[in-house]
Design a protein around this ligand. Structure first.
Ligand SMILES: [Zn+2]
Length: 244
């Protein structure tokens, strides 16, 4: 189940969060997460103590890295990647999104966590499946991996042009009826559902996936939206996962 914490102003998954694992999908109330000061302020006001915050450059790739601490810096930024996994504790993995899909992974048996950011490009390149593969490569079993899919643009607001529609059709032929709906003469893509289906394909159990039909563009009160917001009001929300 996805819950909202009105004090921390984050959504979180009851599948992932417990005494040893903390994670969340931030709202716009936390400020623009591209500004690292806002991220640091969140962890300190939430009283989450950490050694190193791990950020990614986020280039809409399907690159996945494993994080191992190098020099004990407070902030580490991994270049040219959109997915990261780690076994380290007190090391929050953070992504920033505003319409793209943030996904949190936790394998409590192998004690490994991960986070990824996928818009249409990363979704098409199957980054979510590459995250699962990376965790398996490092010793996880698919049936032990818990997943939380965070707030992203809903099919209600995500119309795509014909070229992109045909690109998706080519790549995900079997899913086209599920992931597309026609509205106002244009195809609308359900990016969250596509990620959900691809995770199931990768061997994740249905009951191990938490998600909620958010729409970042419809819900202006809680979320920033790349499609909706004008430049001066635009920001991105942070999502994070950490082993305590
Ligand atoms: Zn919407």
């Amino acid at each position: 189940m996805i819950n909202y914490d009105p004090i921390l102003q984050i959504f979180s998954s009851t599948l992932v969060n417990d005494k040893k694992y903390v994670s969340g999908f931030g709202t716009r109330q936390l400020g623009d997460s591209r500004n690292i000061e806002n991220v640091i302020r969140f962890f300190s006001s939430a009283e989450i103590s950490y050694k190193t915050i791990v950020l990614m450059e986020q280039i809409h790739s399907a690159n996945v890295e494993e994080f191992t601490p190098q020099n004990g810096k407070e902030i580490e930024r991994i270049e040219e990647t959109d997915g990261v996994v780690t076994k380290e504790s007190q090391t929050p993995l953070v992504v920033s999104t505003a319409d793209c899909v943030p996904i949190i992974f936790a394998d409590k048996k192998a004690e490994r966590i991960g986070i990824s950011h996928q818009g249409w490009r990363g979704s098409m390149k199957k980054l979510q499946q590459k995250m699962v593969k990376k965790m398996i490569e490092k010793g996880s079993r698919a049936e032990n991996i818990l997943v939380a899919i965070g707030p992203a643009i809903g099919a209600c607001c995500y119309d795509v042009d014909d070229e992109r529609y045909y690109n998706f059709l080519e790549e995900f032929d079997g899913y086209s009826e599920k992931i597309f709906q026609m509205k106002g003469g244009r195809y609308h893509l359900n990016l969250m559902l596509l990620n959900y289906l691809l995770l199931i394909d990768a061997g994740i159990k249905k009951e191990h996936i938490d998600w909620f039909p958010f729409c970042t563009k419809c819900d202006k009160k809680r979320f920033f939206s790349n499609r909706r917001d004008k430049k001066h009001e635009f920001g991105e929300m942070m999502s994070f996962v950490m082993k305590v």
